[in-house]
Design a protein around this ligand. Structure first.
Ligand code: GDP
Length: 534
């Protein structure tokens, strides 16, 4: 097994062994199955099938929505920690549906790498492409897993070409599939010269691994049928000639992705992928912040909130803030400073998301994700430090693309609705705008499905029926500029002005023309479609 300190011997060992990553994929490519197998190899559970069952049990308990189950989509991201050999993996789950792109984006700010899962028969699908673009914005290293090789799949060179062309990234094969569909017998491990043979009889069995001394080794002929072995030799020789060789630096910079072929459901290729994650990592990275960057090895603890989830337990109106530790060695009971409010905060009951269940975290290190239960003090984008005035940057809030007016089913309950909406706004599930003129609230989302999710959660978690109705507005922009200019602008455009749940001024627009007009008539005022959360 790989040495945990091999890449950064200067890091404290506990930090060097951490790998924090997310899986991105198009729905149905096999993300859930792969996650189960990760946990299986991570020794976190006995049988891979349990994750799904457990996931469902947890969902009912924490009242995750019925809708999530019905539609088979995962609405909220969660985190899981498990060990692989001497490594500690932190897997942060991303919601797969395109309507939750903002949540996904923020989740990706909390990881150091992404595993991209594609279906061997389908190649790069739309959602994969979108998520990939988000990773690229952050230059995240990407490791690719081409799944479902046990079924009819595309030609290996075609798959690689498609990724190179559609995603404009160099692809280097880490393994090479032998045979296709029913004739698929396993892979040649191009990084370690090993033959990995799949066991179709037992889906949870680790593949048989045979050490090979290069492609000419006669051992290859003993284990691979004659028709396939000739093809394998030819293809691997061609791949080595035509495709770029693996360059770790290039992988770390996000310019190259190694690809493994396998079948998650047959537990095949998963271990090799995990070894790849351990090997190429990367270890916890430097975090962008102002006025200075944060290095993971700094002894003082810093962390930032990238996700807030409310009502995980219906009996308590608690929220859990998901915090990525950016530096240091955190211990339970530590007193940290909540930088935005400058208030101290003693973290007495941090939660570590061990795959088996939520568990109290006695300690955690840079790279880890901990959950901090709180009553609303912690918001997305908040930074926690041991006193220093540091703010993590790069966690955006996007202007909504759809706006609707929220109305309480029972007019007497308008105040309750306001509270519920604010809570969801703080969770990042929607934007809530209070118009300067008129009553009620305007709710903004990125995708239409989010309105359904919201309505259903407000009803389930607060017992409030709510209607979303068309609003005359279609989008919103944050208003920036010198105070006098902003004041003058808001005074003259009251019908368009609202405040978001942080109290920041927004301009509600009906069409692009509105924005053009402001730019023309108010040169001192700038309208932005993203806001930095800090
Ligand atoms: P997700 O939507 O990306 O989380 O995908 P799932 O893990 O739920 O998988 C989607 C479907 O593909 C399920 O029916 C899985 O059983 C199936 N599946 C996953 N991995 C494989 C595989 O390696 N081979 C085959 N044949 N089916 C697979």
């Amino acid at each position: 097994m790989l040495d945990t300190a091999s890449n950064r011997p200067d890091l404290p060992a506990e930090i060097a062994r951490r790998r924090t990553f997310a899986i991105i994929s198009h729905p149905d490519a096999g993300k859930t199955t792969l996650t189960e197998k990760f946990l299986l190899y991570g020794g976190a559970i006995q049988m891979a099938g349990q994750v799904r069952a457990k996931g469902e049990a947890r969902r009912t308990r924490s009242d995750f929505m019925q809708m999530e189950k019905d539609r088979g989509i995962s609405v909220s991201a969660s985190a899981m920690s498990f060990d692989f050999g001497t490594f500690r993996f932190n897997l942060v789950d991303t919601p797969g549906h395109s309507d939750f792109s903002e949540d996904t984006y923020r989740t990706l700010t909390a990881v150091d790498a992404a595993v991209m899962v594609i279906d061997g028969a389908k190649g790069v699908e739309s959602q994969t492409q979108k998520l990939f673009e988000v990773c690229r914005l952050r230059d995240l290293p990407i490791l690719t897993f081409c799944n479902k090789m046990d079924r009819e799949s595309r030609d290996t060179f075609d798959i690689i070409d498609e990724i190179q062309e559609n995603l404009a990234i160099d692809v280097t094969p880490a393994s090479w599939p032998i045979g296709v569909g029913r004739g698929f017998i396993g892979c040649y491990d191009m990084l370690h010269d090993r033959l990995e043979l799949m066991d179709r009889a037992d889906r949870n069995k680790v593949a048989q691994s045979i050490e090979i001394n290069g492609l000419d080794d006669p051992k290859l002929d003993e284990h691979v049928p004659a028709n396939l072995v000739a093809q394998l030799r030819e293809e691997v020789a061609m791949a080595r000639e035509l495709l770029p060789a693996l360059d770790r630096q290039s992988v770390l910079e996000g310019h190259m992705t190694p690809i493994w072929f396998g079948s998650a459901i047959n537990s095949f290729g998963v271990k090799e992928l995990m070894t790849g994650i351990a090997e190429f990592g990367p270890e916890p990275q430097v975090q962008k912040a102002t006025p200075r960057e944060i290095a993971p090895e700094e002894t003082r603890v810093t962390g930032f909130v990238f996700k807030v989830q409310a009502n995980m337990d219906p009996r308590h109106r608690d929220r859990v803030a998901f915090v990525r530790l950016a530096s240091g060695h955190f211990k339970r009971g530590m007193k940290l400073t909540h930088v935005r409010s400058k208030k101290p905060m003693t973290v007495t009951a941090p939660v570590l998301f061990l795959a088996s269940d939520r568990e109290l975290a006695e300690e955690a290190w840079a790279g880890d994700i901990i959950g901090i239960p709180n009553h609303g003090q912690l918001r997305i984008g908040d930074t926690l430090t041991e006193g220093e005035d540091l703010r993590v940057t790069g966690i955006p809030s996007f202007a909504p693309e759809l706006l609707q007016q929220a109305r309480a089913g029972d007019p007497m309950k308008a105040k309750h609705l306001e509270k519920a909406l604010m809570q969801f706004a703080e969770e990042g599930a929607a934007k809530v705008f209070k118009p300067a003129f008129g009553s009620g609230f305007i709710v903004g989302v990125v995708g239409a499905l989010q309105f359904e999710v919201l309505a259903s959660r407000i009803e389930q978690e607060y017992g409030l029926p709510v209607r979303f109705e068309n609003s005359q507005f279609t989008s919103a922009r944050w208003v920036n500029g010198p105070k006098a200019a902003v004041d003058k602008f808001t005074e003259a455009n009251k019908q368009h002005i609202a405040r978001d749940n942080d109290g920041d001024v927004v301009y509600l627009t009906r069409m692009q023309w509105d924005i053009d007009r402001v730019e023309r008539d108010y040169p001192d005022v700038t309208l932005t479609s993203t806001k930095e959360m800090m």
